[in-house]
Ligand binder design. Structure first.
Ligand code: AMP
Length: 255
């Protein structure tokens, strides 16, 4: 199974292909497309999130997806729903701090999808590194019988991570957005061991793009997502950057 919010791009396609490889010739691949209201905090882009149904159908057709599940919000949630799934540690920082309730929404919908489809495996992208870590933790903690598979981040030629939200960017913002990736790559190449110094360089470089506003830039352990003071093996640099109202995330392993 490949859970998505649709507006499918080459990043999603790479996950569908991973799922296909994993399922083998006799297996089946399900894709879900659901813009999950529970994971959008108030005032965010829920209503303007792109929903190109026909284009998504075509992608799923071309990839020979066996089952496409595209429910409406009222098919997924009763109006008086009162039960949620919440991970309470890895969700605290990074996107969890900027987007209260976001990961509770993600965990709740992914649990429902796992119950509805009982997939043997589910594929998630490393672009959403925190989401992947939280889902792995949830699967472990709740003994869910689903193997979690990670797919690498697929990028534009200039390094910008593919995202359904990239289409919100105006031409000036789009021209500056690759600074995120160039900054992360530069940080990963640096021999600096102080997290503070690395983060100072990250701030300086990203803020040199006139339209960029950093939401967060943090260095954490890739497994516990807790802050690190020095760069060690499996230190993760994760950033969220606004260009106008559009918030883009990316990450890279350091050390
Ligand atoms: P979304 O539709 O943005 O909720 O993403 C659905 C799945 O696709 C998630 O597991 C994401 O991590 C993954 N994904 C999104 N963008 C990319 C990308 N550029 N490369 C690889 N996977 C991605």
């Amino acid at each position: 199974m490949v859970p998505t919010m649709g507006a499918l791009h080459a990043g999603h396609v790479s996950l569908i292909r991973l799922a296909r490889d994993h399922a083998g010739p006799d297996g089946e691949v399900a894709v879900s497309i659901f813009v999950n209201p529970l994971q959008f905090e108030p005032g965010s882009d829920f209503s303007r999130y792109p929903r190109p149904e026909k284009a998504d159908d075509e992608v799923c057709g071309a990839e020979r997806v066996d089952l496409l599940f595209r429910p409406l919000p009222n098919e997924m949630y009763a109006e008086d729903r009162s039960t949620f799934v919440e991970e309470t540690s890895l969700s605290e920082r990074l996107c969890g701090a900027s987007r209260p309730g976001h990961f509770r929404g993600v965990c709740t919908v992914v649990t429902k999808l796992f119950h509805l489809f009982a997939p043997d495996a589910a594929v998630f992208g490393e672009k959403d590194f925190q989401q992947l870590a939280i889902i792995r933790r949830m699967v472990r903690d709740l003994d869910l019988a689903v193997e979690i598979i990670a797919g690498p981040t697929i990028r534009e030629a200039d390094g910008l991570a593919l995202s359904s939200r990239n289409q919100y960017l105006n031409p000036e913002e789009r021209a500056q957005a690759p600074v995120i990736r160039t900054t992360l790559v530069e940080a990963a190449r640096s021999t600096e061991k102080s997290a503070e110094a690395v983060l100072a360089a990250v701030h300086q470089k990203i803020e040199s793009a006139s339209l960029a506003r950093i939401d967060y830039a943090e260095i954490v352990g890739a497994d516990d997502l807790q802050p690190r003071l020095t760069i060690e093996p499996r230190s993760l640099l994760a950033v969220a950057v606004f260009f106008g109202r559009t918030r883009l995330i990316d990450n890279i392993l350091l050390g």
